[in-house]
Design a protein around this ligand. Structure first.
Ligand SMILES: Cc1ncc(COP(=O)(O)O)c(C=O)c1O
Length: 423
C-alpha cells in the first residue's frame, strides 16, 4: 500500500487528480520565501490573478470617462451587478432573477427578516442553532426585540445532540415539531462555521414549511463549498458573503437569494431606489414599485469596485463547475482525514462529521490537551508556513479549498503536526 505520508504519494495524487489544480490562477501568500500552505479559504479566500484586471478596468474607465462609465460598454456600471447574476445563480442552484449581489451578509439578513420574519402574538419565534455565528444571533435577537417580542422566550436555540457539538436531523425535526405552532422563521446554516457540519437544506426547509414557518439559510460557509439547489429546495431566502470560498476580497459585496414565488410579493420591505423597477427608476417618481425578484430588495446603486474581483472568481467557478470542485474537495478533505487517522489521532480530534456528505471542505480539529497546547500547535504551524485558523478554546479549522489547495499542501499540514507532536 502507498505510504499516505510519502511526498511521492501526495504528488502522485495531485498529478492523477481528475481536476487539475487552478492554483496558478491565484496569488499564493509566501512565507520565508516559500508558498504558504493556506487553509483559510473559510475566512478569506485567495486573490484570483485576474481580479486586478477587473478592478483596473473600472479604475481606468473612471479615470478616462468618469460619469459616462455608467453607460459605456464593456461592463457599464449601470447594470454592473447583473454581470454576476447568472454565474451566482448557477453556483447556488437558482434562477437568475432569484439572486442579487448587494450589501454585506448581516445587512442582507436584516433586509430579509424585514420581509420574512413577520411575527404575530401566536407565532413570534425564530429557531437557530445554538452556537450560531454571533452576527446572526445579534441580528435575530435584535429583530425579535424590534418587533416587541422577547428573545428569552422567542429566540429558540437548538442545542447540539451529537458528540462534538453537531446536530442530527432527528434533533432538528423534533425541535421544529415541538415549537412548530410558535415558529415564524427557521434560520439555519448551510455549513456551520465552527463545526463544519453541512445540512440537508431541502429537509430543513420542508420541516419548517410543514409547520407554517418561513425558512432562511446562511450560506457564508456553504457558497462555493458545497453544491446548492436553493430553488428546488424551496428555501424562502438565503444570504451569504463572497470573501470566503468566493475569493472576492476582504469585505466583498455579499449575496442574497429570494425564491421566485416571492418575486412579486407585496411583503413589507425596506426599500431604496435601486430596488425600484429599472424601467422607471430614472423618472424619479415618489412611488416605490419593486423590480420583480431579488433585485427588488436592493437599496443603493451597485458598489462597482467591490463587485469587480467577484467577476474574476466566478469565471473560475464557471470554468470548472461545482460538481467537479465538490468532488475534488472531498478527495482533499478525505486525504486530510486519512492522514489524521493514520498518525495524528493522539494530537487532533476531528470535530466535523466523518461522512463526506455531512460536511464541506473544512475539518475542525480539536487539539488534545486543550487551549494552551492548541495555541502552541497553531503557532508552530504558522511558523512553518501552514496557516489554518484558530477558534477558542481549542479548535484549529483547516479548509482545503479545491480551487487552489493540493494534496501536497495537505501533507505539509500533517507533517508539521507530526513533527510538533514529537518535539
Ligand atoms: C456564518 C456567518 N454568518 C455571518 C457572518 C457575518 O458576515 P458579515 O460580516 O459579512 O456580515 C459570518 C462572517 O464570517 C459568518 O461566518
Amino acid at each position: 500500500m502507498n505510504d499516505l505520508y510519502s511526498d511521492q504519494h501526495a504528488c502522485a495524487l495531485d498529478a492523477a487528480d481528475p481536476l487539475p489544480t487552478l492554483r496558478g490562477e491565484f496569488h499564493i501568500p509566501q512565507y520565508n520565501g516559500e508558498a504558504q500552505a493556506y487553509f483559510v479559504g473559510n475566512s478569506l479566500g485567495l486573490q484570483p490573478r485576474a481580479a486586478r484586471d477587473y478592478v483596473d478596468e473600472v479604475l481606468d474607465k473612471w479615470a478616462t470617462q468618469a460619469v459616462e462609465g455608467h453607460f459605456t460598454q464593456p461592463a457599464q456600471w449601470m447594470t454592473y451587478h447583473q454581470l454576476v447574476r447568472e454565474p451566482l445563480a448557477r453556483l447556488v442552484g437558482a434562477q437568475p432573477g432569484e439572486v442579487v449581489a448587494m450589501n454585506s451578509l448581516t445587512a442582507n439578513l436584516h433586509l430579509m427578516m424585514v420581509s420574512f420574519y413577520r411575527p404575530t402574538r401566536e407565532r413570534p419565534a425564530i429557531l437557530i442553532e445554538a452556537g450560531a455565528f454571533p452576527s446572526d444571533r445579534h441580528a435575530v435577537e435584535s429583530q425579535i426585540r424590534f418587533h416587541g417580542f422577547d428573545p428569552a422566550t422567542d429566540l429558540i436555540e437548538l442545542q447540539p445532540d451529537e458528540a462534538n457539538g453537531t446536530f442530527s436531523m432527528e434533533a432538528i425535526e423534533r425541535a421544529i415539531a415541538q415549537h412548530g405552532s410558535r415558529l415564524a422563521l427557521v434560520l439555519w446554516p448551510g455549513v456551520q462555521y465552527r463545526s463544519g457540519q453541512a445540512f440537508d437544506i431541502a429537509q430543513v426547509t420542508r420541516l419548517a414549511h410543514a409547520q407554517g414557518a418561513q425558512c432562511g439559510v446562511d450560506l457564508a460557509h456553504g457558497v462555493g463549498n458545497i453544491e446548492l439547489s436553493l430553488h428546488d429546495d424551496d428555501v424562502d431566502f438565503a444570504i451569504w458573503c463572497h470573501y470566503k470560498y468566493l475569493n472576492a476580497g476582504p469585505g466583498a459585496v455579499a449575496g442574497c437569494f429570494v425564491h421566485e414565488r416571492h418575486a412579486r410579493s407585496d411583503l413589507p420591505r425596506f426599500a431604496g431606489w435601486w430596488g425600484h423597477d429599472a424601467a422607471t427608476r430614472f423618472k424619479m417618481g415618489p412611488e416605490f414599485v419593486p423590480t420583480p425578484g431579488a433585485e427588488g430588495w436592493q437599496l443603493s446603486n451597485p458598489p462597482v469596485l467591490a463587485l469587480a474581483p467577484l467577476r474574476a472568481s466566478l469565471d473560475l467557478f464557471d470554468r470548472v463547475g461545482m460538481p467537479a470542485l465538490r468532488a475534488k474537495s472531498q478527495r482533499l478533505s478525505g486525504y486530510l482525514q486519512a492522514l489524521i487517522g493514520a498518525r495524528l489521532a493522539g494530537t487532533l480530534e476531528i470535530v466535523t462529521p466523518a461522512e463526506p456528505e455531512r460536511r464541506g471542505c473544512q475539518l475542525s480539529l480539536r487539539v488534545v490537551g486543550g487551549q494552551e497546547r492548541g495555541r502552541a500547535l497553531f503557532g508552530h504551524l504558522a511558523a512553518h508556513g501552514v496557516l489554518g485558523d484558530w477558534r477558542e478554546p481549542d479548535v484549529i479549522r483547516i479548509s482545503p479549498a479545491p480551487l487552489y489547495n493540493t494534496h501536497v499542501d495537505v501533507l505539509r499540514f500533517a507533517n508539521a503536526v507530526e513533527r510538533w507532536s514529537t518535539l
